[in-house]
Design a protein around this ligand. Structure first.
Ligand SMILES: [Ca+2]
Ligand SMILES: [Ca+2]
Length: 274
């Protein structure tokens, strides 16, 4: 996808020489065997689900948290028998797609950027339930989060790190807890305190950590940043997540307004690797 969005995909095929000796070069284009034969990487994520409109059928639920790029951030597969694309030969590319949210621009291409095309997915002119209650209504959802970050950006060895976030909720925020851990050690937590100077802002402190072994090949420079949704309970909150690698042992920190965040995969959290 050319930007963040969600869609359903099924029955994708690449037919070689469709007018004479049609040969489908794609494997598992129906997704009946899950994501077998497919590699969905980078900021694109795929899960095979039951077709909401056709019971018994499997479709790919594709979620992109950002746009596709030249070599990554996409879904890809290898032709049957490792067949090559041949210049000058005719190919018929087809699929069924259903737009769900976000970007409507679905980009397809053969190796290596041949027969590239962007398809604008159809979307209803009227969507949502303006003026009426929708299917995800809840009487009291969790807070929304913004401005998640930490200071200093690149902490010195043994230097504590202040993690901050804004949490807003018309029902009020009873408390915020910051969870963190060093490498894969056990999770620790500390209560976050309201910022005296900024309404709705909460701060928590992660203790300093020793420097990484000198053999570490990680750079101190930011290497990667991404945004991804998370799904807290109750309700749904989408919060940004930023992660990067530094020379220091990775410390994972997350904040939550509830108590569900913990040693297992945090749910309803905003997470960062430091
Ligand atoms: Ca299917
Ligand atoms: Ca609430």
């Amino acid at each position: 996808m050319l930007d963040a969005g969600e869609m359903l995909l099924d029955d994708i095929s690449v037919i070689e020489t469709p007018g004479t000796t049609p040969t489908n070069l794609l494997q598992n284009g129906t997704f009946e065997t899950g994501t077998n034969k497919w590699r969905i990487i980078g900021n694109h994520h795929g899960e095979v689900i039951d077709d909401p409109d056709q019971p018994g059928n499997k479709v790919l639920h594709l979620v992109a948290t950002g746009g596709t790029e030249h070599m990554s951030n996409h879904g890809e597969t290898t032709f049957v028998g490792n067949r090559d694309v041949v210049n000058g030969r005719e190919y018929l590319i087809s699929f069924r797609a259903k737009w769900l949210s976000g970007s409507r621009q679905f980009h397809t291409r053969l190796y290596f950027n041949r027969l590239a095309r962007t398809t604008l997915l159809e979307a209803p002119k009227l969507y949502g339930t303006p003026g009426t209650r929708n299917s995800t209504f809840a009487t009291n959802i969790g807070p929304t989060f913004a401005d998640f970050g930490h200071d200093p950006a690149v902490p010195a060895p043994f230097s504590p790190v202040t993690v901050s976030i804004r949490a807003a909720d018309p029902d009020g925020v009873a408390g915020m807890t910051l969870w963190w851990r060093l490498d894969t050690n056990a999770w620790n937590n500390v209560s976050m305190t309201p910022d005296a100077g900024t309404p709705q802002r909460f701060n928590g402190t992660v203790p300093g950590a020793p420097p990484a072994p000198s053999s570490s090949s990680m750079s101190r420079q930011p290497m990667h940043a991404e945004r991804r949704p998370c799904s807290p309970q109750p309700g749904r909150i989408h919060a940004p997540s930023t992660r990067w690698m530094t020379a220091w042992p990775p410390r994972t920190a997350c904040t939550t307004s509830g108590s569900s965040c913990g040693p297992t995969m945090p749910t309803g959290c905003t997470t960062t690797l430091m």
